[in-house]
Design a protein around this ligand. Structure first.
Ligand code: ADP
Ligand code: GLC
Length: 485
């Protein structure tokens, strides 16, 4: 078969085909960047029922790829798309992936997630093997792909085919671990010796992310600060012990932003584009959004605060809900786009009814609206309780929308806080409602000094978080594993 790649990325999302959050964005940009830097890379990902194929054609390249499942051999179909020159392989098996959502419904996780992602990982192994030569590196992401380094660890011992293949796990969010009942361990087909506290066992359960942490040759987290935080009980989600053991092999690499998708100078979703020297058009974007949302037109001259994200405790959306009544007493507007926790959704909608002219809440997932809110807002809100990297604040910087964010994780690696002479935003020390409100008040005060504010906007827009930088850092880390361009 003519396929062969030096580095195989394995992940459960890739923008624009599939995305629930930042993971999809990263996969939509990092492999392509590495490819442009000369590395031979491909991606393997599930073929969901709800795949956005858009302009990209998917072609069937294998109709019966056998997947050795311990209890019965089954097959997968393999599709391929050419994503700007990057080969993306899709693993298809309807009973696992042809569903309304990827991982869970509003009622909770799909009951067979363990089986689904065991299948996915084993299918990736099988497909990698069929692509002629063994890759030098399998770079996996998050719990859905966490089993691969464990398989590889044991396969390498007995199967010369894989002898020179290394593995790397990137952690995008330690809170999602893929933790399942111990009886499902048998279904993975891993040898019994993997079942111990330095392996896949976690408080009596089977933990797929831990499998990756324990057995990958290298582990990385998506920002330097988060890579340190996860060694502590506060942020380690119970895995701080094994992470500390793996510390010599743990790296922190900051994500980048795909400025071909997220740049107000060329954004195809905006009513008009703008750059550092024509803020007038940013104002036009604001006017447009205020009209669209039927909000008080006088807000054009007052600060508009934007929030975009999963409505979860991680994102501190409950802190925003707590302070909304006080914000509404001030002369400003708030726009929220998100979905997630039903209770948060309901509370936000209820508040919108009380203040329809100054608070607009859109429950749902709408890619183009996310862009338009980034452009229309004056201040971007990100009161996260933890944030592995965070991409929305990086986009906000580029859109000239200084963020107000908690000083932790990737947020502290990307925002230079006021009153630093080079400041690009505002941070506050602790994820509490008081601390958050105080920081907003400070931002609003500075907003009223137009020259100073324009300076912050300009610096924010000029900050460079391009993927080329992050890509160069990944290449350095790959070379530690003997993988070179
Ligand atoms: P996380 O991955 O933790 O959700 P990130 O900041 O890394 O957070 O990435 C979130 C991505 O998902 C961004 O591209 C953001 O614009 C997008 N996003 C989040 N919620 C929504 C939504 N409701 N509608 C559209 N895009 C959203
Ligand atoms: C996760 C994290 C987020 C990060 C993203 C991409 O979803 O919550 O902070 O930016 O992954 O790495």
């Amino acid at each position: 078969m003519p396929f062969h790649h030096k580095v195989v990325f394995v992940a459960s999302e890739i923008y624009p085909f599939s995305k629930t959050g930042g993971l999809g964005d990263v996969l939509g940009a990092l492999p392509l960047t590495l490819r442009r830097m000369g590395l031979d890379v491909c991606v393997i990902t599930p073929f969901y029922g709800r795949l956005s194929t858009g302009e990209f054609k998917l072609r069937l390249i294998s109709s019966r790829c056998p997947v050795g499942y311990p209890w019965a051999p089954i097959t997968a179909e393999i599709y391929m798309a050419d994503y700007h020159g990057l080969p993306v392989y899709f693993i298809q098996r309807g009973e696992y992936f042809d569903r309304r959502f990827y991982y869970n419904t509003h009622e909770g996780d799909y009951f067979d997630n363990c089986e689904r992602f065991i299948f996915f990982c084993r299918a990736c192994l099988e497909w990698s093997r069929r692509m002629d030569m063994a890759p030098r590196l399998i770079h996996v992401h998050d719990w859905q792909a966490g089993l691969l380094p464990a398989y590889m660890h044991f396969l390498r011992r007995t199967d010369p085919f894989w002898r020179d293949t290394r593995t790397m796990l990137t952690i995008h969010n330690l809170a999602f671990q893929g933790r399942f009942a111990s009886r499902l361990f048998k279904e993975s087909g891993l040898p019994a010796e993997a079942w111990h506290m330095d392996g896949v066992e976690f408080w009596g359960d089977f933990n797929l992310l831990k499998a990756g942490i324990a057995y990958a040759d290298l582990v990385s987290a998506v920002s330097p600060t988060y890579a340190n935080e996860i060694l502590t009980p506060e942020f380690g989600c119970g895995l701080e012990g094994i992470l500390s053991k793996r510390r010599p092999n743990l790296r922190g690499i900051l994500n980048g932003a795909d400025y071909s998708v997220w740049d107000p100078g060329s954004d195809r979703y905006l009513p008009c584009t703008y750059s550092t020297d024509d803020f007038d058009n940013k104002r036009n974007c604001k006017q447009h959004l205020l009209d669209e949302m039927d909000m008080d037109p006088s807000l054009l001259k007052r600060p508009l605060l934007g929030f975009i994200g999963r409505l979860r405790r991680q994102k501190g959306v409950d802190l925003l809900i707590d302070i909304l009544p006080r914000l509404m007493e001030m002369n400003l507007g708030v726009v929220v786009l998100g979905e997630g926790n039903l209770e948060f959704e309901a509370q936000l909608m209820e508040m919108m009814e009380a203040y329809p002219a100054r608070l607009h809440v859109r429950v749902g997932y709408t890619e183009d609206l996310a862009h338009r809110i980034q452009a229309a807002s004056d201040i971007f809100l990100m009161p996260s309780r933890y944030e592995p990297c965070g991409l929305t604040q990086i986009y906000a910087l580029r859109f000239g929308t200084p963020p107000v964010a908690t000083n932790l994780g990737g947020l502290s690696d990307t925002i230079v806080p006021y009153p630093h002479p080079e400041c690009t935003g505002f941070t506050f020390p602790e994820a509490t409602a008081e601390s958050f409100l105080e920081s907003i008040l400070q931002a609003v005060e500075v907003y009223q000094r137009p020259t100073e504010w324009a300076g912050i906007m300009r610096r924010a827009m000029q900050a460079d978080f391009s993927w080329e930088r992050a890509g160069a850092r990944y290449l350095e880390v790959y070379s530690e594993l003997g993988v070179h361009v």
